[in-house]
Design a protein around this ligand. Sequence first.
Ligand code: ADP
Ligand code: ASP
Ligand code: MG
Length: 412
Amino acid sequence: MPRLVMKFGGTSVANIDRIRRAAKRVGAEVAKGYDVIVIVSAMSGKTNEMVGWVRETSKLYDSAEYDAVVSSGENVTAGLMALTLQEMGVQARSWQGWQVPVLTTGQHERARIEDIPNANLNAAFDAGNKVAVVAGFQGVSPDGRITTLGRGGSDTTAVAFAAAFDAERCDIYTDVDGVYTTDPRVCDKARKLDKIAFEEMLELASLGAKVLQTRSVELAMRYKVKLRVLSSFEEMSDAAGTLVCSEEEIMESNVVAGVAFSKDEAKMTLISVADRPGIAAAIFMPLSEAGVNVDMIVQNISEEGRTDMTFSCPADQVLLAETAMKAAKERGEINFHDVVADEAVAKVSVVGIGMRSAAGVAAKMFKTLADNEINIKIITTSEIKISVLIERKYMELAVQALHDVFGLDKAA
Ligand code: ADP
Ligand code: ASP
Ligand code: MG
C-alpha cells in the first residue's frame, strides 16, 4: 500500500469536534487506498500550560522531568484520534514515541531523532491496521527516558516518519492555508506562496516563522520528502497549500521571499571585559557548554584595553547565560564589571535566495528602518538573509514596512 503522513497541529485537534474533522480527512485518504501515519500535536495551549507548571515548580528545572511532563499532551490526542477513527469504522491504533520506537539522542528538551525502526508499525499495517496515530514531539533516549524534540517538534516527527516509511507525501495541517510571505497575523498584506524553496523555508523557520520547525525542513531537504503545508479548516483539495520544494522547481521568485521575526530574544551585554586575545573564547566557551544558543555577537569599541561584549540569545536562556558568566568570573577565566540583559528586543529578518545575486538588499532594508526611525542594535548577514535586532515595540512596524518596500504582496 502507498503510505501518507498527515500531521495535525494543536489548533487542528483543539477539541473533540476538530479531532473528528481531522479524522474525516484521514478517512478520505484511507478510502483512496493509502495506509496513513497520522502525527498529532497536543491540543492547543496544553503544552504551554504544562511548561508553565514545570517552571512554577522549579526555576532551573531538571530537563528529563520537563520532558516527562510536557510530552504528555500528545499522548491524549493520539488516543482520542485513534478512538475517533475506530468510531468511523477505520482500523486505527495509537503509538507513543517509545512504543514505535522513535529513538533519539539523550539531550532532553531538544533531542534529535536518530532512527525510527519500522518493524512495529509495519507489523500493525500487515495485520490490517489502516492508520497508525503517533504522538508527535516525543521519543526515547538511549537510556530509556522520554525525550522531546523542542517546541514545534511534531513537524519534525512527521517528516522523520515520512522519510523512514517512504511516504508519498508529508502533509502538515495547520491553522493557516500555507506558508506566507510573512506571518499573516502581523501583516495583513502577507501573501500565500504556492511553492517555497527548502533553503528559504529553512532560514524563515530558523529566524522565527513557526509554521514549520527548522529541523523538519532540514530533514525534508536531506531525505527529499514531498512536504506540503495546508489548512485543516478549508475544503479538501489536492492543489491546496504550499509545497516546500527544491529551488529548481520554482520558476519565478522575488529577490526577498519572506520576512521573519522573533520576539523571544534577549540582548546580553558584558560590561567592561579585558580586550585581549582569547577573550571571545573565554566568554563563549562556557556559554556553549551551558547550552546557551548564542546568536548575534558584537564586540564594541575598546577603550583603554577594556570593551563591552554584546550578544543575543533566546529570552528564556537569560538566567542560564548569567549563571554561566558569573561562574566563569568566579573561576577567574573572565573579568567584567557587570552583566545586563535587555529583554525588550526582537529580531527581524529578510530572506531570499535571490539575494545571492542581487545587490542593495541590505541598504534598502537599513534605509527603510531609518525612515521609520527604528534603531538597529545588532546586524548579522548570510548569503540569503539579513537580520537586525531592534526594540521589540517596533517589531510589527518593521515587518510591515519591509514587506511593503520589497513588494512581497505581489508575485514576481
Ligand atoms: P501548529 O499548532 O499547527 O503546529 P503553529 O502555531 O506552530 O501551528 O504554526 C502556525 C502559525 O505560524 C500560524 O498561525 C502563523 O501565525 C504562524 N506563522 C509565522 N510565520 C508564518 C508564515 N510565514 N506563513 C504562515 N504562517 C506563519
Ligand atoms: N505540542 C508541542 C508544542 O507545542 C509540539 C508541537 O505542537 O509541535 O511545542
Ligand atoms: Mg507548530
